[in-house]
Design a protein around this ligand. Sequence first.
Ligand code: EPZ
Length: 428
Amino acid sequence: MDKLVIEGGVPLSGTIRIHGAKNAALPILAASILADGAVTIRNVPRLLDIQVMLDILQDLGCRTAFRGGTVTVDGSGASSSHVPESLMRRMRSSVFLMGPLLARFGEVQVYQPGGCAIGERKIDLHLRGLEALGANIEATGNRIVCRSGRLRGAEIILDFPSVGATENIMMAAVLAEGRTTIVGAAREPEIQDLQRFLNEMGAIVRGAGTDTIVIEGVSSLSGCDFEVIPDRIVTGTVMVAAAATKGEVTLTGAQPGHLTSLIHVLRRAGVQIQVENDIMKVRATDRPRAVPRVVTSPYPAFPTDLQAQMMILLALADGVSVIKETIFEGRFKHAEELCRMGADIRLDLNTAFIRGVPRLYGTTVEATDLRAGAALVIAGLAAEGRTVIEQVHHIDRGYDRIEDMFSRLGGRIARHQETDKANIAALR
Ligand code: EPZ
């Protein structure tokens, strides 16, 4: 299994362009199966999760190609609506295929995607939404079969603004008969991108970005050429890394408007941030200040996907900070690894009490999930000495070769494939 080896203590500096958003590209790839013709999707990041989605689309009978950040999907040949359990296990976001497959074939068979390191990850809101559109759902063991004639528009009230459930219902409703209204919808930028993509194919969707989305069903959708938004979580990860290493980094191709809550917290911690169109300059020269309270909540509040990264900065801050995680019940696994690097963090259910320390010390740590792994990379870059991060495949699900990204900014970081000793020697 790959490892990352980091020699910490080097302030990051330079300019970096942010790649496309994983969490926009995944539902958009799933939705491509709704088109009568081929779709072209640009600015798609080269990530493990993207490859799994393409494997699933191929398994369903779609023709796909992925070259230079551009994916083409021709779903016209798709003939199956059964997602194999082996592929479901590799990525829980395969649950996004339920809506499109049901809309296209009137039937879909998937498997409970199961929980992961950050929590139970239920899909009851997805299933209730599809039922409201007329689907009949049978669950036997962990297999789920949904069947329907042509779906019928309905008013659906979400009692939690679930990102995935909002997206699945949107993708099912675009070919339904009549109007669907999603009340209590999630408002993330990735949902606005999905609306833009569906409308490019000829759908009639309005309201994404607010808590009420209205979809007028149409009879068919055509192919289109589309570019995915930049990844706001990768952007935020680089911003926090620049601050934690007391560096000065310019990010281009970003969308600052997607990160207002992070920018607000970073400025409260004393980080200097200049914003000009799609360019952001992040600079930190002093030890960060503690931030009394950071609470993760649905967009546009502070994103749960940046909670682990922010914990690194606050672990180095001057004073006591508190982070409350309200989205996932198991998203503090990085705290234990951080304490092994010298951090002073106490957990009480979904709240972390962080007493800042002057420095962290490198050691061997384990990535338990995607964003915890990315946070440990930041910790290694900021720490004194060498950090070795194991289980790096978690990080590869959401970052396109994270070591290249930070090496380009002056970080001393290399990937160690069991047989490759050269990278390590180069770091000495
Ligand atoms: C999306 O996951 C993202 N993934 C997650 O990013 C992100 O953390 C999450 O939204 C919240 O912003 C993708 O977009 C591929 P939810 P999703 O449905 O759709 C509960 C990353 O690191 N819930 O908004 O699964 C659920 O248990 C990933 O890139 C139900 O109870 O998130 C959780 O506690 C991690 N029933 C909460 O809602 C349901 O039917 C948020 O889930 C659905 C969700």
